[in-house]
Design a protein around this ligand. Structure first.
Ligand code: MV4
Length: 457
């Protein structure tokens, strides 16, 4: 970064940001950069040469072949693209390198600002046992469990009878449900422990397993937080992400229909405590499990911008990408907490067949009409003629609706879904249409188990 005056201590805003990602989030970041007067560099794999993020960025650099390891996960290729385009910062988006501490360190070593937390902050939340120990010390409620790693099957059996069944085995390197097993009785524990270890080793090259009491039929409620370089940390209220299928979120909303003013205050304070414990800087999310008695427990912290950040943006009227960039550039945040002024719901539009076990449905979009009108936001990189590659995740867009009340936001969603036309591929639109008519969903009566009992008509 060049300074116009040697006397000023105010850091300058970035001139050029490289976006180390693809799809809708790359486009989302480019949009905010344009509004901020920041130049953008897109990187793309050969499978994405006709992608919108490539067309809408000021510059674009091809970084390799379609598989992630050859392109969006290839650190040398991305660093080379940043150097030749003279980018002064890199935004990692979500997924790919967003929570890769090594990548964040390499950016710093090259005097390129990583728009996100420091490698130390990423690492402290990446290992789940370490994260949990940090939360216990900070006074954030966690699920009762056994301290540290399980040594062997005998240790697991002793620990489980101490805690009482059902218990859950989790991978310390985990997240997203991989290497996780619920165990209801001692007879199952040997097999479950073995399988969890094998799965964790295969997924994370780390077979460390720990144990917690299993919380039955919980809600997944997460708190958005933001922290700056001056130690100010605030919360931006919650998102309810309970509607998931095989650990893939399909719907998110804010506020949570299960939330009370008092619970929001307590969870918001706990999330601030969690972020403060690691002196967190950037935007982030603290995930909680909430049981039927409204007890809440720290689950994990995501040290990145998330897919579902948009629902928070709409209910508090705040551009989270802009704040994330400003924080990285050294600006101060207001320091106050933010509370929902609206209701927003997000449906993930995936190229998947909901009538066929959500099987991926890549291919060419032949016809596309996206909904609009009052209370409707579409974040998508799709266009008519666009070919969805088979190499990446199947999300092709997010449909977000907002209104004064939850019922109105649902009705707007139904209306918007009925306008959405995507031909050539199968999508999750019919699933969302049916969900919007579901009585339990409309009444806010759902937990993480909701979709296990949901079938397409
Ligand atoms: C749990 C749990 C019940 N009890 N932990 C799933 C992903 C990983 N981040 C943690 N997960 C869970 N941890 C205890 N002690 C239930 C889940 C869980 C879940 C959590 C949030 C959203 C959807 C879920 C679906 C199945 C299991």
């Amino acid at each position: 970064m060049t300074s116009t005056s040697d006397l000023t201590t105010k850091k300058l805003m970035f001139r050029k940001i490289l976006i180390a990602n693809r799809g809708e989030i790359a486009l989302r970041i480019i949009r905010t950069c344009k509004e901020m007067g920041i130049r953008t560099v897109a990187v793309y794999s050969t499978a994405d040469k006709d992608s919108l993020h490539v067309k809408f960025a000021d510059e674009a650099v091809c970084i390799g072949k379609p598989p992630g390891v050859d392109s969006y996960l290839n650190i040398p290729h991305i660093m080379a693209a940043a150097e030749i385009t003279n980018a002064d910062a890199i935004h990692p988006g979500y997924g790919f390198l967003a929570e890769n501490a090594k990548f964040a360190q390499i950016c710093t070593d090259h005097k390129i600002k990583f728009i996100g937390p420091t490698p130390e902050m990423i690492n402290s939340m990446g290992d789940k046992i370490t994260a949990k120990e940090t939360m216990i010390k900070a006074g954030v409620p966690v699920v009762p469990g056994i301290e540290g790693l399980l040594q062997d099957v005998a240790h697991a059996k002793r620990a489980a009878s101490e805690l009482g069944y059902p218990i859950i085995l989790k991978a310390t390197a985990g997240g997203g449900g991989k290497g996780m097993r619920v165990v209801f009785e001692e007879g199952e524990i040997e097999k479950s422990f073995g399988n969890a270890k094998i799965e964790a080793a295969a997924s994370f090259k780390n077979d460390g397993i720990y144990m917690e009491k299993f919380v039955e039929e919980p809600r997944h409620i997460e708190i958005q937080i933001a922290g700056d370089q001056f130690g100010n940390i605030c919360h931006l209220s919650e998102r309810d992400c309970s509607i998931q299928r095989r650990h893939q979120k399909l719907i998110e909303e804010s506020p949570s229909p299960f939330m009370t003013k008092e619970l929001r205050e307590r969870m918001g304070e706990a999330a601030i405590k969690a972020a403060s414990a690691i002196s967190y800087e950037s935007v982030g999310t603290v995930e909680f499990l909430v049981d039927k008695h409204r007890n809440f427990y720290f689950m994990e912290m995501n040290t990145r911008i998330q897919v579902e950040h948009c629902v928070t943006e709409e209910v508090i009227n705040y551009d989270l990408i802009k704040e994330q960039i400003k924080i990285a550039a050294g600006e101060k945040i207001s320091g106050r907490n933010y509370y929902p002024q609206m209701h927003a719901i997000e449906c993930r539009i995936n190229a998947e067949d909901p009538y066929n076990d959500f099987r991926p449905s890549p291919g060419r979009i032949t016809v596309l009409h996206q909904p609009g009108g009052h209370g409707v936001r579409v974040d998508s990189h799709a266009y008519a003629g666009y070919v969805i590659p088979q190499y990446y995740d199947s999300m092709i867009g997010k449909l977000i609706t907002m209104a004064q009340t939850r019922e109105e936001a649902i009705n707007t969603m139904s209306r918007a879904l009925s306008e959405y036309v995507i031909e050539g591929i199968k999508t999750t639109i019919p699933f969302h249409q049916q969900l919007m008519q579901n009585k339990d969903f409309r009444e806010g009566n759902f937990t993480t188990k909701f979709l296990e009992g949901f079938t397409m008509l």
